[in-house]
Write a protein that binds this ligand. Structure first.
Ligand code: GCU
Length: 580
């Protein structure tokens, strides 16, 4: 029973829970492939709401309950969407509260269905339209869709989006990461329309026999009917029935294979009534055989490089030229494989990699000491994994789903990540599942109970940096008896660009260069190592790195944080990858 002087927007501690009942998840994510997307990017009003008053005191319903209003949405300053608020003005660099965004838009009447699509907002997002609460989304790097058909009006729609950027030990990632956890509406916001019945998801892939293409799709708004599946250049134009909203087919086709040197893409479409999904899709196979990784049934050494989504100007907000430059920089290095660490990068990265012939490792941020005991944390992690797979499963470039990075080998973690690995396999049987594991220090071997559930073993080792005793590395490799491919997913060392000295002097470019020379000499000798993604292409922002050489950046990049100036070690990787 509330006391006589109870005032909800002051005393109500459970103010978030009413909003937590309506969630956008992988199940409500609608495919936007080939759709006519109306951009809602541009100028939005924005205020930093340190105490989450927008939720406590109903700012998003613009109801001040008869008191003088504390909100002023149309008066608040303007910020650009997409952007991370941390880089929009100096006083917001370390702001970790609720960012409140608002814009208006008109929407002509339609007898179809209308949706909002958010490509990425970090971390928790609450969406209101014309004072109706539409729902929330958890996860800072995956897209989500909200239907607005019943809440939209013709003129002056008021769209309010509150983004909660707090770090939290229960979240995925949790509150301690070696990268800057940017916040905000940092990827595209779209509005799109569909007919009353529409295609919500589709999955197109080449079967291992390389002579058949499989299609699975979902329809919302009709339980049965048929869709038309077309790949004109392959003579595919097939009517495919669906029941209870689900349809599938296997068609005979022998496409020219997508490969690194020949990234062949085909125009593919699926039409149901007025609704059409279309995309440029590449067809290839990926599998493991013993300790080998086979692309189109040919063994491949995954000459790779790791990279964060952290750009000089926009931070986690990337532009087309940012993404193009990072793939070009990887290709110049001689890489054919990029580890997009430690969370899903922009969907446009995989589209570009499809066009440019770059293989990708994509990862969800189950990073370090996640709350492996918490079921809600598990649901959050699994939903992000399912959203990532649903978003990118038609991308030929994506060959590995990673379920995490550098987690202690405990029973709780094994149970948590085994479930994730099985989910990845069941949602997408066509790709490989991995995780970046740590060396078993007691046995001095690459050994981790999670490996049983992985197709490819990722291993992070920093001999020559965190452990100066380089002599351990050959012992570890000799102690490791593995019947699966291993990718050394991280090794490297820090160097401040332009800091020169002896090979024994840490933080010099010469030290980093020597470390790489010794690492490659060792890795060459190990038959089960089938690739590596050295840490890392570019220096990147992180609040954990504050010595005189770092100044808030992790300096293990082969290229400086300006994404331009190459360090001496860059040449070592280049020469190794070019077989010099
Ligand atoms: C770890 C971790 C990275 C981190 C790196 C480092 O392996 O996976 O996220 O940045 O080491 O220490 O530089």
């Amino acid at each position: 029973m509330q006391s006589a002087n109870f005032t909800a927007n002051i005393h109500e501690r459970g103010f978030r829970s009413p909003f937590e009942k309506v969630k956008a998840t992988s199940e409500t994510l609608v495919s936007t492939d080939g759709r006519n997307l109306r951009s809602l990017n541009g100028d939005w009003h924005f205020i930093e709401d340190w105490y989450e008053t927008a939720l406590r005191a109903s700012w998003c319903f613009e109801d001040s309950h008869g008191e003088p209003a504390d909100f002023d949405w149309d008066f608040w300053p303007v910020t650009k969407v997409p952007s991370v608020w941390n880089l929009t003005k100096p006083e917001l660099k370390y702001f970790e509260g609720l960012g409140c965004y608002m814009r208006t838009f008109d929407q002509p009447k339609t007898d179809g269905r209308l949706f909002l699509q958010f490509e990425g907002a970090s971390y928790r997002t609450y969406v209101f339209l014309n004072h109706h609460y539409l729902g929330m989304h958890d996860g800072g790097s995956t897209p989500f869709t909200l239907e607005i058909t019943d809440a939209v009006q013709e003129k002056e729609n008021r769209l309010m989006v509150c983004v909660d950027g707090r770090r939290d030990p229960e979240r995925v990632p949790m509150d301690n990461t070696d990268w800057f956890l940017y916040s905000g509406l940092y990827r595209d916001v779209f509005l799109f329309e569909t007919p009353k019945s529409y295609l919500s998801d589709w999955y197109v892939r080449l079967l291992p026999d390389k002579a058949h293409i499989a299609l699975d799709f979902s329809v919302e708004g009709s339980s049965e009917g048929s869709a038309v599946f077309s790949i004109p250049e392959l003579g595919v134009n097939q009517k495919v029935p669906f029941r209870e909203g689900k349809g599938n087919a296997v068609v005979e086709a022998r496409p020219e294979l997508w490969d690194i040197a020949t990234p062949r893409l085909y125009h593919v479409s699926l039409a149901y009534g007025e609704d059409v999904l279309s995309d440029q899709i590449g067809f290839r196979t990926i599998r493991v055989e013993g300790t080998k990784v086979l692309l189109n049934d040919k063994p491949i050494f995954l000459k790779g490089i790791s990279c964060h989504e952290d750009y000089p100007e926009g931070g986690k907000r990337s532009t087309e030229s940012d993404r193009l430059q990072s793939i070009k920089d990887a290709q110049e290095l001689g890489a054919v494989f990029m580890r997009l660490a430690h969370y899903p990068h922009s969907r446009e990265m995989a589209r570009l990699a499809d066009k440019m012939g770059m293989l990708l490792w994509e990862e969800i941020p189950v990073y370090w000491a996640i709350d492996f005991q918490s079921e809600s944390t598990y649901q959050d992690a699994e939903n992000q994994l399912k959203e990532l797979i649903r978003r990118d499963k038609n991308r030929a470039s994506v060959v590995i789903w990673s379920v995490g990075n550098e987690n202690e080998d405990t029973d709780a973690r094994l149970s948590f990540m085994r479930r994730l690995a099985k989910t990845a396999k069941s949602d997408d049987p066509s790709r490989l599942v991995s995780a970046a594991c740590l060396v078993n220090q007691r046995k001095l071997a690459i050994e981790d109970r999670l490996m049983t559930y992985l197709d490819v073993i990722g291993n992070n080792e920093y001999y020559g940096w965190y452990d100066p005793d380089f002599a351990k590395l050959p012992r570890i490799l000799a102690n490791s008896h593995l019947d699966k491919p291993v990718v050394i997913t991280e090794f490297g060392g820090g160097a401040r660009f332009g800091n020169h000295g002896g090979e024994e002097e840490m933080w010099t470019e010469e030290y980093q260069k020597r470390l790489y020379e010794k690492q490659f000499a060792m890795q060459r000798s190990c038959p089960f190592i089938q690739g590596c993604t050295p840490w890392i292409l570019y220096d990147f922002r992180t609040p954990r790195r504050m010595n005189r050489h770092q100044g808030g950046f992790n300096r293990k990049g082969l290229i400086d944080s300006d994404h331009k100036r190459k360090k001496l070690a860059w040449q070592v990787v280049h020469d190794f990858y070019h077989g010099v």
